[in-house]
Design a protein around this ligand. Structure first.
Ligand code: C2G
Length: 129
């Protein structure tokens, strides 16, 4: 069983996130999502519209997602890769190169971001900024 992991906030889930999760799952048989906690979002200078429990709830409904773990530190990825026996680490290519240090532990793949759509765009157009 090929095990894949990805990380993110996944706020205001949209088709860009779904495209990422679909392609990540296609790279293996089991997909774990490291979901950024509200506290970690503060470290990322992000304030999500939906809180961790809300974001977890809708990610659990996505057929590509097999398991969700909290992401509460920049430094947990190596431990996660070992603990969860990860074969492939996947992120959108806005992160290209940033996680190459994980290559000694697993395959590292950066997938093309889905153009245009973003949580920021949704906030601007739906929530007024
Ligand atoms: N994404 C995408 N296309 C978009 C928007 C997002 O492919 N139009 C991808 C991002 O590249 C990322 C994932 O969807 O791989 C989740 O996006 P975010 O929630 O914005 O993730 P981010 O805040 O960048 O958190 O430790 C890693 C961080 O937690 C990543």
């Amino acid at each position: 069983m090929k095990r894949v992991i990805t990380y993110g906030t996944f706020d205001m889930l949209h088709y860009g996130h779904i495209n990422l999760l679909r392609r990540a799952k296609e790279l293996g048989d089991y997909l774990i999502v490291g979901l950024s906690t509200d506290e970690f979002n503060r470290q990322k200078n992000k304030i999500s519209y939906f809180n961790y429990e809300e974001r977890k709830k809708y990610l659990e409904a996505i057929k590509y997602v097999d398991e969700i773990i909290p992401e509460d530190s920049w430094d947990q990825k190596i431990d996660d890769i070992i603990k969860y026996k990860i074969d492939v680490f996947v992120m959108g290519d806005d992160w290209k190169g940033k996680f190459d240090f994980l290559k000694e532990y697993c395959e590292v793949i950066y997938l093309p971001r889905t153009p245009v759509i973003s949580t920021t765009l949704l906030k601007q157009n739906i929530l007024g900024g």
